[in-house]
Design a protein around this ligand. Structure first.
Ligand code: HEM
Length: 417
């Protein structure tokens, strides 16, 4: 297979070449080559010491998917991870998921819906959930002894309303791209390639729109979200030599699907919204200060000795200094899944059709026990934000080390166990 024929553009050429022999059916799958030529080739490296999509500059769209392994055979899991790795390397390079075969009437190496699109900085980040190691007490693949201590079963937190159909999973894929169609296409191809070994369990789309001036993006509550990040990102995120070999250079991902009561929020005074977060809405600055990137100054008090940033404000509860230096790298996206009949659990206990929209919270860390769990245990109990948000799904996934060319994702785990 030469490079041109195996690229998305190459598939176009190949499909075009078939028109004469296969008639209109194939012609409908082709797209004008001229449009392709104009597209920028924006590509993120796939192979490396770390998986991409973690410290990569955030793309504008995300498609997150979790899978249940249906096979009982370890070799099937290895075969799936090999297939996924090969396909992901191709997709992130802007190629079709599989090379074009010679049977042009076969269902196809690719669904073709991303033909002509640029790679759009696509990254594909694979994760392993607890179910890969032990499921319902069963060691299906001889991996139980290799389950990292940090890959805990997440506790139930105060206020959680987790829905089984949006929670957990044995494997995860986070596909991020600057084009929603490219992100969805990638997961769809990988899901198709997993048919004999795994089933999609749940998925969630997300979006974020960076302002043209490069300033911090805003979440659906209208606040700048992403101002604070760990001062030493590598230290906060990558598992070091104290982790299992296959996790060194990897990370742990906590995903939470967090619904926002936007109807309630939109009727709340801005001053109360600002107290809730501990930051000003329009500038993003900590309460009482001017600049978005000024330190929070948690010790500041007013004339009556009351803290300027309230005790239960979101940023105080999330701040590393106030939590034994617990650092996480947040990489969240907004989500919008239409409307649902909802009964609010906070005053004014509104019932009716409400948005199912909010935050696809994604955060990376070296250990969730000292990262997300440490921070969120306190937040779940005391955060003023809780009256406006509900956690409805999510999971914890070990993100294996980066993939070296010629390897498959997680190879060092299977070689060891
Ligand atoms: C819908 C839910 C949430 C919303 C709307 C939200 C929004 C925000 C906003 C606006 C900020 C301040 C700006 C910034 O530094 O980015 C912030 C900070 C932060 N949030 Fe959240 N957040 C949510 C959930 C969570 C959760 C579940 C955690 C879990 C631990 C978390 C952890 C943090 C941390 C660590 C900070 C930085 C605190 C600091 O300044 O040191 N957030 N969040």
């Amino acid at each position: 297979m030469n490079r041109l024929r195996s690229s998305r553009r190459g598939l176009l050429a190949a499909a075009g070449g078939l028109v004469a022999s296969a008639g209109v059916q194939v012609a409908a799958r082709a797209a004008p080559d001229a449009a392709v030529a104009k597209l920028p080739a924006t590509t993120e490296a796939f192979w490396g010491d770390h998986q991409a999509g973690i410290t990569t500059k955030q793309q504008s769209h995300c498609y997150f998917a979790a899978f249940d392994l249906t096979t009982e055979k370890r070799d099937d899991v290895i075969a799936l991870l090999k297939t996924w790795t090969n396909a992901a390397a191709r997709l992130t390079a802007g190629q079709t998921a599989e090379p074009m075969g010679t049977d042009h009437d076969a269902p196809g190496p690719d669904s073709a819906d991303a033909l002509g699109l640029s790679p759009a900085r696509l990254t594909i980040t694979f994760g392993f959930g607890p179910g890969l190691f032990v499921k319902d007490g069963k060691d299906r693949y001889g991996l139980a002894g290799s389950r990292p201590d940090a890959l805990i079963d997440l506790p139930r937190f105060n206020g959680d309303q987790m829905v089984a159909e949006k929670t957990d999973g044995d494997l995860s894929i986070q596909a991020c791209a600057d084009d929603p169609q490219v992100a969805f296409h990638a997961v769809r191809q990988l899901a198709r390639l997993s048919y004999d070994a795994a089933d999609l369990r749940w998925s969630q789309t997300g979006f974020t729109s960076p302002p043209a001036d490069g300033s911090t993006t805003r979440n659906l509550m209208g606040f700048k979200d992403g101002t604070q990040s760990p001062p030493d990102v590598a230290k906060a995120v990558w598992v070091g030599d104290d982790g299992p070999v296959w996790m060194r250079g990897g990370s742990y991902l906590v995903v939470r699907r967090i619904r926002m009561a936007l109807e309630h929020w939109d009727r709340t005074k801005v001053s109360f919204q600002e107290q809730t977060f501990g930051r000003q809405k329009y500038s993003g600055a900590p309460l009482g200060l001017k600049g978005e990137f000024e330190p929070l100054g948690l010790d500041r008090t007013d004339a009556d000795e009351n803290p300027i940033i309230p005790e239960n404000a979101h940023v105080r509860l999330g701040n590393a200094a106030a939590n034994g230096a617990a650092e996480i790298l947040r990489r969240g996206y907004s989500y919008n899944d239409g409307v649902n009949f909802t009964a609010e659990r906070w005053p004014p206990w509104r019932q009716g059709m409400e948005y199912d929209a909010g935050l696809l919270f994604l955060c990376y860390q070296t250990d969730p026990r000292t990262g997300f769990v440490k921070l969120f245990e306190k937040m779940a109990k005391f955060d003023m934000l809780n009256q406006f948000v509900t956690h409805t799904g999510g999971g914890l996934f070990a993100i294996p080390a980066g993939i070296r060319q010629g390897e498959y994702v997680g190879q060092r785990l299977f070689e060891k166990a």
